[in-house]
Ligand binder design. Structure first.
Ligand SMILES: *Cc1c(COP(=O)(O)O)cnc(C)c1O
Length: 542
């Protein structure tokens, strides 16, 4: 959040990019004695905007070290680089202050100016001088260098990381670039390594799958998980699946107790939301619903709901003050519920500290409900959603990111969908979203938001969060539409709770989630890159 931090970050990026390109170039020269065929032998996949300086750095080497002319250097560079976009959040697309690059990287700055000028000329010609199109696409503009626009300009392919996300890139974020160069844009849906996230992390489930689908078969052929479907009505397999989940829950609870002393209720649904803390991921929606459950339970002694153990894990960026307030809120609610005897065996909330891959590897096998509740249109893909699915957790989620493709293979009956769709979010914002209308018309929601002002018995009030939801602290009120989706989210939780009360039906859902998770294996994702972007021959495994 300060100048030193930003300049360190830029130095890191250039250091790694320059070292990498120089290494590739050195090996290429040693083998071919020229860089004229460089683009025929390499693709540099720019993974998010962080390594974007690869573009001017490769240009620098071709121009200054090889002595090529601009046109030839540009041809080689633009036939070498491809760009994967990972977010549609405008504030996450990197923009560097011009004077920072100018002072730190003077030669790179000269090259950037030339790229930017030529691009702007081409755009101005193409759009007949329409500045409303040229300005948002410009690379250097308003004293900043826009890295995503540089990637879109220079790269021969631009991909998003889920079908919905790639569509949003074409029709919204990079719409005008798409109309000019439609063939550049493609999709590669993300994947996860099923050897790490299933075979290694969940050995009991791995053993059951190998029994049902063939020894070692799914390890190199994740599509073989499909064979599990044959057992979807096999009472023996379903009960073993349930037993494995129960054992994994106990093992995870034992670990949590050793680490923190906290005793988890393993008889309750393990309802899990673990991911970076960000407002668009809507951990706060989950908390609002938990506060609702608590209030309802206190007001109505006969309130019947499936007991839940809520598990959160999340890191916040150091400069993201609101995210840290939400973590504090989760802890306040957690303490209140832990101290209230009425919640015993019914409701529990635990914030797991230091969420990281090694914790995720322990947690995924023990999870039953996977919270994937981002505002539709905001989550590029998600990969946590895939890890949960592969470990037999059922998703409660919005039609966002790769959840859309999960829903396509699962059908309505094996996922708990709720909330506005991406196009409905856009329409609601367009016509003018007024969060306080939901607050006024829904007394349950009003009671929840009102308690933020009062607090949760530890002397901390969350009126700042309540204000953000109702009036917006300077920005839009409830920018991520929590109040608009609250009712629908609550309904989805009721459906999930009812489904959990029939173990056989629940285990069948769980089995179908595992069986249909093969398309989310990284092997498939990497094959897509090899075929559609890198033009590398793919060896099929028989
Ligand atoms: C998988 C993973 C993520 C990504 O989770 P999403 O829910 O897709 O945001 C983040 N952090 C860790 C430690 C992970 O293992």
């Amino acid at each position: 959040n300060h100048y030193e931090g930003k300049s360190l970050r830029l130095k890191q990026q250039y250091f790694f990019v320059s070292a990498t390109i120089q290494s590739i170039v050195r090996k290429h020269r040693a083998e071919y004695g020229t860089l004229r065929n460089f683009h025929l032998k390499h693709v540099i996949q720019i993974n998010d905007t962080h390594p974007t300086l690869a573009i001017p750095e490769l240009m620098r080497i071709l121009l200054d070290e090889e002595g090529y002319g601009w046109e030839e250097a540009w041809y080689i560079t633009t036939h070498t680089v491809a760009y994967t976009n990972h977010t549609v959040m405008a504030e996450a697309l990197e923009r560097w202050p011009q004077q920072l690059i100018e002072s730190l990287l003077p030669r790179i700055w000269q090259i950037l100016i030339e790229i930017s000028n030529r691009y702007q000329d081409a755009l101005t010609a193409y759009f007949h001088g329409d500045l409303s199109k040229v300005a948002p696409m410009a690379i250097i503009w308003g004293g900043e260098v826009r890295m995503a626009n540089l990637c879109v300009c220079a790269c021969f392919k631009v991909n998003g990381v889920s079908a919905l996300h790639s569509d949003i890139l074409k029709h919204d974020v990079f719409h005008d670039a798409y109309t000019r160069t439609p063939d550049k844009f493609t999709n590669v849906t993300n994947g996860i390594d099923h050897r790490r996230w299933l075979a290694e992390s969940n050995p009991k489930l791995d053993a059951l799958i190998q029994e049902c689908c063939g020894k070692d078969k799914y390890l190199l052929q994740p599509e073989a998980l499909k064979n599990l479907e044959k057992f979807q009505d096999d009472a023996g397999v379903l009960s073993r699946l349930g037993q494995i989940k129960a054992e994994n829950k106990k093992a995870f609870a034992a670990w949590v107790q050793r680490e923190s002393g906290i005793v988890l209720n393993t008889d309750a649904i393990f309802d899990v939301q673990v991911k970076r803390l960000h407002e668009y991921k809507r951990q706060l929606l989950n908390v609002l619903h938990i506060i609702y459950l608590y209030q309802h339970m206190k007001n109505d002694p006969h309130f019947d709901f499936a007991p839940r153990t809520y598990l959160f894990g999340a890191k916040a960026a150091p400069g993201y003050a609101v995210a840290k307030r939400i973590i504090r809120l989760i802890n306040s609610v957690s303490d209140m519920i832990a101290k209230d005897p009425a919640c015993k065996d019914r409701l529990q909330v635990v914030f797991l500290e230091n969420y990281r891959v090694s914790l995720a590897e322990k947690l995924m096998p023990a999870s039953e409900l996977s919270e994937q509740i981002s505002t539709a249109g905001k989550e590029a893909s998600g990969t946590g959603n895939m890890k949960f699915m592969m470990n037999g957790a059922v998703t409660i989620g919005t039609l966002d990111g790769a959840n859309v493709e999960m829903h396509q293979v699962l059908g309505d009956e094996n996922i708990f969908l709720f909330g506005l769709k991406a196009h409905e979010v856009a329409e609601l914002k367009q016509k003018g979203y007024k969060s306080y209308e939901y607050y006024v018309h829904n007394p349950d929601l009003r009671a929840v938001v009102d308690q933020l002002n009062v607090g949760f018995g530890d002397g901390v009030a969350y009126d700042d969060i309540a204000r953000r939801l109702l009036f917006g602290d300077g920005g839009a009120a409830d920018e991520y539409l929590l109040l608009a989706d609250f009712e629908s989210y609550r309904d989805a939780h009721v459906r999930a709770g009812l489904a959990y009360q029939d173990p056989k039906a629940w285990n069948k859902m769980s089995l179908l989630n595992i069986a249909r998770s093969g398309i989310f294996a990284a092997d498939r994702s990497i094959r897509d890159y090899a075929k559609d972007i890198w033009n590398v021959p793919v060896r099929e495994i028989k």
